[in-house]
Every structure is written in C-alpha cells, then in structure tokens.
Design a protein around this ligand. Structure first.
Ligand SMILES: *Cc1c(COP(=O)(O)O)cnc(C)c1O
Length: 427
C-alpha cells in the first residue's frame, strides 16, 4: 500500500489483499488446500527453518487466512495477527504462548463465561493460577500482581455485564510491572475501539460475533501491537533458543512480530486450533461492511435503550451509551463512535415474565450469540447461567429478570414493535 494512513472504512475493504495475480479474481480466493508444493528440496528446507516465508501446511498458515490476519491487524493498528478456530482458541493460544505451569494471570472477574472457565478450570489443572479481580478499579490489577504474574487480562467491554474497562491506567500498571496487557475486544469490534492506542499489547477477538456479523461462522484472532519489549528479562522463552521450534530465538529473529510467530509455530502448529479458509472468507466478507453495520448497530441499540428506559413494563436498562450509565464517560472516551449493539434490561415481573417475554417475541431470535445482523435475545437466568443458583447468578451480574439483547439491523420501528408486543404479553 502507498505511504498513506488509510481510514478504517478503506481498510475494511482492502487491507491485506490485492486482486489475485494469476486469475485477476477481485474477491479473495478460498485456498481450500491442506498443503503446498515445494519448489525443490532446498526450498522445503528453508521453509522449515523459517528462513523463507511461505506455506507448508494449512494447520500453520493459509493464504486466505493471511488476508484476514493482515486486515484485522491493520484495523487494530497492530503489527501482526493470527487467525484461529474460535474466540476461545484465540484466548487459549495467546495465553499459553506466555504462561507455563507455576505462572499466574490477573484477570477481570467479569469475563465471558467460557473465558472465565478456561482460566478457572482448565488452566488451574495445568498449574496456572488466575487471580480474578473487580476491574472497575484499575488499582485492583496492581494489588493482585505477584512476581509470578505474566500478564493482565480483561475485556474492553464485558459480556454480558457491559462494564467498560478504563484501559489507560491498567496499561500503565502492566507497563510498570513489565508484563503485557491482553484485551478481548470482541464486543466493540476493531471499528469502535482501538485498545493499542491506549497502551494494550495484545488484542483477542471472537470473529464469530461482529467481524463475521451474520451468525454463520466460528473463528477468532489474536493481534499484537509490536511494541512490547519482550527482552525486558521477564520473558526468557521469547529471547532464548526455543526448544519448541528448532532453537529459533523468536524476538531476535522476528522482532516486532515475535509473539505472533511464537504463537503460530509453537502453539497453533502443535495444539492445532486452525481456522478453515472457508470461514476466513466469511469473515473477510463480514469485514467489508463492518463499519456500515457497526454504525447502524450503535444507532439502533441507543434508540432501543432509550425506548426501553421509558417503557412502563421495564424495570431497568444497562447500556453504556446511555448518559445515566455508570460507564458512560469511559464509553465516550474509548468508543466515541458508539457503544456497540449489546444491552441488557429487566422485565417487570421477574423470572417468569422474562421467560414469557422471550417466548412472545415474533422475529427476535432466541439464541446464545451476539453480533448477528439479526436482533438476538436471551434470558441468561434460564439458559446460559441456568446451572448457577440465584446467589451465584447475582455474583456473575445476572438477575432473574434480565434479558440480553443484541440489537440488529432490522427497521428500528419493527424491532421496537416486537419488543413492545412481547412485553405486553409477558407482564
Ligand atoms: C463469544 C465470545 C468469546 C468466545 O468466542 P467463540 O468464537 O464463541 O469461541 C470470547 N469472548 C467474548 C467477549 C465473547 O463474546
């Protein structure tokens, strides 16, 4: 690309791709191949030694996935990205690249349920301890750091609590401790929030949500800023000869994309959560309209939040784009273009009324997902958080009357009509 800083709208459509040199194909081709022919024995050897960049096997890299990686890295303002099979595997790959048995993580306790369980259950079984803290006060991150802490972890906007992280002071605490801040930026998408601008070091995405945008494909990405000083003494495995890949010294050899290379060659290669090129294509198609969709998602969500706030059958509304919301100022600072599509509200009448509301909706889809072009609804207390008792549910920020809404792109009047008629049937 020429020496110009292109806007997001342009990057969404062009970053990482030029028309195919051989065929002229304007759309990114789906390279549905498991492996790639070597030119000769020397070429094969230099590929395996990481002396030549190229493709060997699609578990490690694939040209369609590479377009997605470059496009998301460009949108985040990062140096490099790695596409993987899901948001959960993006988190797993990013974290395992940095933590080993005996190490510790400090993480927000408001994480997405699957993210919380990965650290609380799976990582604990591997000898990795996570301290879960209340992220509303950045000082809580500092207080939980020990000499064994390797990273700080949080969501830019929590799902489903919709708590907005004050990124800058948390990034400053990580910098002082010489460890990276890793942020899950799924709810805002790279269009609404740029964590690297505020000092984050690595960003995670569930591409399943707004990047794909149409509820069709599971996938994830990790992105690195390229600015973290891996040779600061805290990450010897980034500097020393690797026992996981031919004695490569990742930081010396790859510099500002050392983390991505280590994640790819030592973890994606051997643990194997690779993204299908077909799904990469679906995400690229999603990204082409990310900016248009996110603007409309935000506009519709704010209007629905205002509508619910004035509704006689609604107890409370939680949307960080509302002036009365406790995270409004943080949302304005970190997501000036809008506070995304997700909101929660309380149905008057509690648990039974909330269930009845869900069953009375005509076209709002009752399912466990966010970020679809269609409006989605779910009642966490009877579904995603069903196995918890009421006290545990409250600790997780889930009340019996709570409905989560991912506001879609249908006509605003129709969305409000369906909500209104369902509320009247429920209460
Ligand atoms: C959905 C989600 C994930 C998990 O992503 P998958 O693609 O479903 O594996 C992680 N974090 C957040 C914030 C999510 O919403």
């Amino acid at each position: 690309m020429p020496d110009r800083k292109f806007a997001d709208e342009t990057l969404c459509l062009h970053a990482g791709q030029i028309p195919d040199q051989t065929t002229g194909s304007r759309a990114p081709p789906i390279y549905q191949t498991s492996s790639y022919v070597f030119d000769n024995a020397d070429h094969a050897a230099s590929l395996f030694n990481l002396q030549t960049f190229g493709n060997v096997y699609s578990r490690l890299s694939n040209p369609t996935n590479a377009v997605l990686e470059e496009r998301v890295a460009a949108l985040e303002g990062g140096r490099a990205a790695l596409a993987v099979a899901s948001g959960m595997s993006a988190q797993m790959t990013a974290l395992l690249t940095l933590v080993n048995s005996g190490d510790e993580i400090v993480a927000a306790r408001t994480l997405y349920g699957g993210s919380f369980s990965q650290m609380d259950v799976n990582f604990r079984r591997l000898g990795i301890k996570t301290h879960f803290i209340d992220p509303d006060d950045p000082e809580n991150f500092r207080k939980a750091i020990t000499p064994a802490t390797r990273l700080l972890y949080a969501e830019t906007v929590g799902n489903p609590n919709l708590n907005v992280l004050d990124i800058e002071p948390v990034a400053a605490i990580a910098r002082e401790a010489g460890i990276p801040l890793i942020l899950d930026n799924t709810v805002p998408s790279p269009y609404l929030c740029k964590p690297f601008d505020f000092g984050a070091d690595i960003v995670i995405h569930s591409a399943t949500k707004f990047i794909g945008g149409h509820g069709t494909s599971i996938g994830g990405l990790l992105v690195e800023s390229g600015k973290f000083p891996w040779d600061n003494g805290n990450f010897p495995e980034m500097v020393d000869a690797s026992d996981g890949y031919h004695g490569v010294r990742f930081f010396e050899t790859f510099g500002d994309f050392a983390f991505t290379m280590k994640a790819r060659m030592e973890y994606l290669r051997t643990l194997g959560p690779s993204l299908s090129p077909f799904n990469a294509f679906a995400f690229l198609q999603g990204l082409e309209t990310l900016h248009v969709r996110m603007d409309r998602h935000c506009e519709n969500a704010l209007a629905v939040a205002n509508f619910l706030q004035q509704h006689a059958l609604v107890e409370w509304v939680n949307y960080p784009g509302l002036k009365e919301n406790r995270y409004y100022d943080l949302a304005q600072k970190y997501m000036p273009k809008g506070a995304s599509a997700v909101l929660t509200f309380g149905v008057k009448g509690g648990f039974e009324a909330a269930e009845k509301f869900i069953d009375s909706a005509q076209f709002l889809s009752h399912l466990a997902n966010i970020g679809d072009a269609k409006t989605l609804i779910v009642h966490p207390a009877s579904t995603t958080h069903r196995q918890l008792n009421e006290e545990q549910q409250r600790a997780a920020g889930v009340s019996p009357d709570m409905v989560r809404l991912s506001v879609g792109l249908e006509a605003l009047d129709d969305i409000m009509w369906d909500i209104d008629q369902a509320l009247h049937k429920a209460c």
